[in-house]
Design a binder for this molecule. Sequence first.
Ligand SMILES: Cc1cc2nc3c(=O)[nH]c(=O)nc-3n(C[C@H](O)[C@H](O)[C@H](O)COP(=O)(O)OP(=O)(O)OC[C@H]3O[C@@H](n4cnc5c(N)ncnc54)[C@H](O)[C@@H]3O)c2cc1C
Length: 384
Amino acid sequence: MNLTLTETQTLVQKTAREFAQKVIAPEAARLDAESRFPREILKGLADLGLMAVNVPEDLGGSGAGALSYALAMEEVAAACASTAVTMAVTNMVGEIIAHFGTPAQREFHCPRLADGTYAAGSFALSEAGAGSDPGGMSTTATLLESGEGYVLRGDKQWITSGAHAGVFIVWARTGNRETHAGTRGISCFLLDGGTPGLTIGKAEDKLGLRASNTVPLVFDDIQLPKTALLGELNGGFKIAMMALDGGRVGISAQAVGIARAALAESVQYARDRKQFGKAIGEFQGIQWKLADMSTKLEASRLLCHRAAALKEAKKPFSREASMAKVFASEAAVEICNEAVQIHGGYGYTRDFAAERHLRDVRASTIYEGTSEIQRIVIARSQLA
Ligand SMILES: Cc1cc2nc3c(=O)[nH]c(=O)nc-3n(C[C@H](O)[C@H](O)[C@H](O)COP(=O)(O)OP(=O)(O)OC[C@H]3O[C@@H](n4cnc5c(N)ncnc54)[C@H](O)[C@@H]3O)c2cc1C
């Protein structure tokens, strides 16, 4: 197995690392404390091609591939997890439109997502009553009698960057409930930010990722033209599942980045902090923690890169993406928890980043499919 990065991958990693460490990391604590959306930073990422890493170059993206995207995501997440999740969803939206869009949809939206004209893109699948089971959604898009468009009605929950998005990918029920029940009657639409009838609700007051924006949406009889349909009528669920496979690779990379930062800070603290006349890193109890943390981190990164490499090679990667997501996110929660422990009482304060990492990383076992859902995907592939 070749683990050497290509020239492009090395360049993307270096570019992301330099920007993340110089520009993003110094701002992360303040963004978190003020719950401030990182608009200027996102524009900086767009200028470097990092808001559309795996979108083809002729659509304004970097065309650098799925592994480059994972590498960039790790670097940004190591600096600021809130910025990273915003970047992740925007990259995912760009990839979906590039893959499933008509030429007009691709040429209109992809360059705007890539160059920062849109502060972000949003992925609107979940609803208050339909999270792990999006097939239970109740938002509808009803064909007008004229046949010239749809009326979008309903609401969505948990939409990342919803208050700032230039474009939303919205899933809605289009099928007849009897002939197209559950996941079979769902379609996918593009909705421009600021469309009349779209109401952005109050931002969630979250445990972590406080500089990311998470809002409910209400669609109040929005008239959509026929050209807003993305992909095939009643074929939207397949698009969501394919997108989430790729998204899970991104979330595993985000978890790796957050955990990497927590580990590096723990190593430094273990060197600096003295008790009983010695650096705490000289105690075996602390050494074993650091050993386990770094082993879990490396294993997470390998699973993430394997799933990304399969995606890039256009091979099946759904099972591997779920394995990377469940392992990396759970390992990262453990690593960040141990980081707080190594920092002792100071780890429980805002004087150190350890507490922010733990708050931020907690969402990674929940969004883009909970750990329980990833295990269902993995088990199904074994039993098939
Ligand atoms: C910060 C944040 C950002 C998000 N961003 C977005 C976004 O941009 N777009 C979007 O569409 N959604 C987004 N989400 C929503 C996220 O994807 C859902 O929260 C997630 O899918 C879980 O859905 P739920 O919260 O309704 O939990 P539920 O589905 O109600 O699950 C509750 C619990 O039951 C478990 N459970 C459910 N079904 C099963 C089962 N069959 N077997 C075993 N256990 C099960 C779950 O694993 C979980 O532990 C975001 C969520 C958060 C927290």
